[in-house]
Design a protein around this ligand. Structure first.
Ligand SMILES: Nc1ncnc2c1ncn2[C@@H]1O[C@H](COP(=O)(O)OP(=O)(O)O)[C@@H](O)[C@H]1O
Ligand SMILES: [Mg+2]
Length: 199
């Protein structure tokens, strides 16, 4: 079996090769699939992310969330007792609430945002490099989401969004990895076996 590192590189190369027009079109199709899910409709507090490079674009989704009056939070890496981790913040000021942080990715400005208790989040839109159909995920290698997803409530719907080219046969799962409930691509909605068995 390929290592996480090998898969990470292979898929990042493929995703980086997508042209912008493809990224836009596929991101719109992913958004349409995601917002048609009952789980989305029922979620009041949603954690999304701000895309960078060729990640699935979240702008269509976040605009839609705001139109529907949903509470929208974004990740901010904070140092808590010397340990860097993801915290959820809802930007209150729509104009200035997000600014470029590390690597130029937009992140919430703390004094213009409200901290959201992870236990209150109904749905987390999880970014990633590669996914398999069992709900396993490879991120950039820091394990930030593995830590954050343990803090949300059991009923919180954890959904990865990805282009079809990011879905691989098999991802080596380690003890600390959190399994997702679903993956949405431009072609399909994949519910994980773990999730199906739970509902
Ligand atoms: N819950 C956790 N407890 C302890 N260490 C963790 C935890 N989650 C992740 N890590 C650390 O983060 C590292 C990277 O995790 P990995 O799953 O490979 O990254 P990613 O999920 O970003 O692809 C792991 O080697 C592990 O040491
Ligand atoms: Mg992991």
């Amino acid at each position: 079996m390929k290592s996480k590192k090998e898969i990470r590189k292979e898929i990042l190369d493929k995703r980086n090769a997508l042209i912008k027009d493809d990224v836009v079109k596929r991101s719109i199709r992913i958004t349409e699939k995601l917002i048609s899910l009952d789980k989305f409709k029922d979620s009041k507090i949603i954690m999304a992310y701000m895309d960078f490079k060729n990640e699935v674009m979240t702008g269509f989704l976040t605009e839609h969330c705001l139109k529907l009056g949903k509470t929208l939070a974004f990740p901010l890496i904070e140092s808590i007792q010397g340990i860097k981790k993801i915290c959820a913040y809802e930007p209150i000021d729509r104009e200035n609430g997000l600014k470029p942080g590390t690597y130029g990715i937009l992140e919430p400005v703390k004094h213009l945002s409200r901290k959201i208790d992870p236990q209150k989040i109904d749905m987390v839109i999880v970014p990633g490099v590669a996914f398999d159909t069992k709900g396993n995920r490879i991120g950039y290698g820091a394990g930030y989401y593995d830590v954050f997803l343990r803090e949300v409530k059991d009923e919180c719907f954890k959904v990865g969004i990805a282009f079809e080219l990011q879905v691989v046969e098999n991802i080596p799962k380690e003890e600390h990895d959190v399994v997702l409930d679903a993956i949405v691509t431009e072609n399909r909605v994949i519910l994980s076996k773990d999730y199906i068995e739970r509902i």
